[in-house]
Design a protein around this ligand. Structure first.
Ligand SMILES: [Zn+2]
Ligand SMILES: [Zn+2]
Length: 263
């Protein structure tokens, strides 16, 4: 072990002993593992280590990371843990919309609890740690220079007023993005209020959300590679509707990053 990593490990142990962390899943205080997780992927991001910073050991066991084999377009994780990445049935039939969607984890267990607490219970203190996890997911799946504009999926004015915040924006507001990548908070707007997508099947979701988005100021995404940020991707109907609005405005490509991927 090199001196810096030994030191890092020592400091981590000391810090953990002095300052236990609060679990984002169950809210209990816990100590970080003494063993500093070392594995990192090609981009230097270790999601397991990230998760270990924010979720206690029992909650970590109720967490499923997004890993291959998955659909290279929509990021759907296949139940079989063997084989290559391949397009899922839906994406084989899909034309237009976003190019690639990825998430930090599957929308179940601890991650679902954390997203619910942020979105529906207004626990906004979760936004920064979950935002860090999301930023690390971004670095894991996208190379530096691959994205020009990062934008949150917008809420309709009415929903924004009820909730008081847009969770998608809260998750990304503190990101330290590389030069050449800009955040445009109001790139898109929701042109009409829509019924909640929860409980609707795929076809109804598409009908419900169709033409619900527009660009706020035309031309901002023209020729740009855009990354849309949201909390959960379910059927991708919302993401496709946003991507369609951006592509109509001349966006070169639209990708999607969410905290969670619903199955
Ligand atoms: Zn926990
Ligand atoms: Zn797919």
């Amino acid at each position: 072990m090199s001196v810096p990593s030994a030191l890092k490990r020592l400091l981590s142990c000391m810090g953990s002993a002095l300052f236990p962390a609060k679990c984002l899943g169950c809210g209990r205080l816990f100590h970080h593992d003494a063993a500093w997780p070392a594995a990192a992927d090609a981009r230097g991001v270790d999601i397991a280590a990230e998760v270990a910073l924010y979720f206690c050991p029992p909650c970590r066991r109720r967490w499923t990371a997004v890993t291959s084999p998955l659909c290279p377009r929509c990021g759907l994780v296949f139940p079989s843990r063997e084989g290559e990445d391949h397009l899922c049935g839906r994406c084989l039939k899909q034309t237009g919309g976003f190019t690639r969607a990825r998430a930090a984890g599957i929308y179940d267990g601890s991650l679902r609890t954390a997203v619910h607490a942020l979105k529906f219970k207004g626990t906004v203190s979760l936004a920064d740690p979950l935002g860090t996890l999301l930023f690390d997911t971004f670095r894991r799946f996208w190379a530096v220079g691959e994205i020009d504009v990062v934008a949150p999926v917008p809420l309709h004015r009415q929903r924004f007023r009820q909730r008081g915040f847009n969770q998608a924006y809260l998750l990304m507001r503190k990101w330290a993005l590389p030069g050449g990548t800009v955040v445009i908070r109001d790139l898109l707007l929701r042109t009409r209020a829509t019924a909640p997508q929860t409980g609707l099947d795929r076809r109804r979701r598409r009908m419900n959300i169709r033409n619900a988005f527009g660009v706020k100021r035309p031309g901002q995404s023209t020729g740009k590679r855009v990354l849309l940020v949201d909390d959960v991707l379910t059927t991708g109907a919302t993401a496709d509707a946003c991507a369609a609005a951006l592509i109509r405005d001349g966006a070169r490509r639209v990708d999607v990053l969410t905290l969670a991927r619903a199955l």
